[in-house]
Design a protein around this ligand. Structure first.
Ligand code: ADP
Ligand code: MG
Length: 353
């Protein structure tokens, strides 16, 4: 197995199957996205109000080959043109991850090209690089998704320092649980956001846990309970008003803490990543504060905020060109963290993403 990428064949295949979206993407050697195929399983899970792991892995298994063919076709390439495979190995649902990793390893093995493992969370950070190729560390990143709410100082892409994180629910989880309380459909983020469009964000004063405490940690479970009590106490109150006020509270806290991280580190670039970074109220609030306080904020394109393979390919692309080598023994890890990935990278001296 050669570790160097042959000159004439520099197309990187990215695979993402960590949860309920099957993604396959192809990047060229300048990091340009040539194909980005995504198949959402949302219809299969919506009736259960959440992702059913068994169904998710079966769906990935049924569709991944079609997506591979589609990606090659839309990039105008054939199998022999591929020079490396980048694949999400965690965190995520174990059965779903296994489908992507088995497929990725099979492709790498059959073609004799490197298999590059990618941490899904680092992939989310790189979703910004797809639209902002000029973006370079150091910067602050708020990773805000269904399962994570974490602030990192990105000193370099190989040196991420944790500044704070949620003590209970993730912000996306708060949106999802809030939607359930409000009787809005899954996934909660987009439906709360939509309902909030016609509501008054100042109609209900929800608590803002830890907002002013000077810590970079978050807590959202009390907020969700406050919403539950509010709706129990006022069953006929406006869902739009409650949704708008609830969204206002979540986004207020997220923005407050991200700018606190900027202030405490002195970094002037604030980057947002993960599903919740699609939220319009969050974007507007962060942008207006950045303009007032002299920061630059970066958001991925809305369609790149959700799980997708282009961001995984982009993280793998960075790793590869930073010296990552074929890692056939990389395995899935449902609870993979950024810290674990960094420890492995430093230990092996190979992949640096
Ligand atoms: P994970 O990878 O942790 O499963 P994702 O990055 O896929 O999470 O993001 C999914 C989360 O993002 C869900 O909790 C969803 O409710 C939330 N989300 C998606 N769009 C929005 C939005 N417009 N506003 C707020 N939250 C959103
Ligand atoms: Mg995700």
């Amino acid at each position: 197995m050669s570790n160097s990428v042959p000159k004439a064949r520099r197309y990187l295949l990215g695979i993402e199957t960590s949860c309920d979206d099957t993604g396959v993407a192809i990047l060229d050697d300048e990091g340009k996205v040539l194909a980005n195929e995504l198949l959402s399983q949302i219809d299969a899970h919506q009736v259960f109000n959440g992702v059913v792991p068994e169904i998710a892995s079966r769906k990935h298994f049924e569709t991944i080959h079609t997506l591979l063919d589609r990606a090659l076709e839309s990039a105008g390439l054939s199998w022999g043109d591929l020079s490396a495979v980048a694949c999400t190995i965690g965190p995520g649902l174990i059965g779903s991850l296994l489908v992507g990793v088995c497929t990725g390893k099979a492709v790498a093995c059959a073609l004799g090209i490197p298999f590059i493992p990618v941490n899904h969370l680092i992939g989310h950070i790189f979703s910004n690089a797809l639209t902002h190729p000029e973006l370079a560390p150091p910067f602050i990143v708020l990773l805000v998704s269904g399962g994570h709410t974490d602030l990192y100082a990105v000193v370099s892409y190989e040196d991420l320092r944790h500044l704070g994180g949620t003590l209970d629910d993730a912000a996306g989880e708060a949106f999802d649980k809030g939607a359930r309380i409000l009787g809005l459909p899954y996934p909660g983020g987009p439906s709360v956001s939509k309902a909030a469009e016609t509501g008054d964000p100042h109609s209900v004063r929800f608590p803002l846990p830890l907002k002013k405490q000077g810590t970079m940690d978050f807590s959202f479970s009390g907020l969700k309970t406050a919403l539950l009590y509010h709706m129990k106490k006022h069953p006929d109150s406006s869902v739009s008003d409650a949704a708008a006020s609830y969204q206002e509270a979540i986004t207020d806290i997220l923005v407050e803490k991200t700018f606190l991280a900027g202030r405490q580190t002195g970094y002037r670039k604030l980057v947002f990543a993960g599903g919740v970074s699609a939220n319009r109220a969050l974007r507007e609030k962060a942008r207006s504060r950045a303009a007032k306080w002299g920061y630059t904020v970066f958001f991925p394109r809305v369609e790149d905020c959700m799980d997708n393979a282009a961001m995984i390919a982009r993280a793998g692309w960075h790793a590869l060109w930073s010296g990552a080598v074929h890692q056939p023994k990389a395995t899935v890890d449902s609870s993979l963290t950024i810290e674990k990935t960094q420890a492995v990278t430093k230990g092996s001296g190979s992949s640096k993403a």
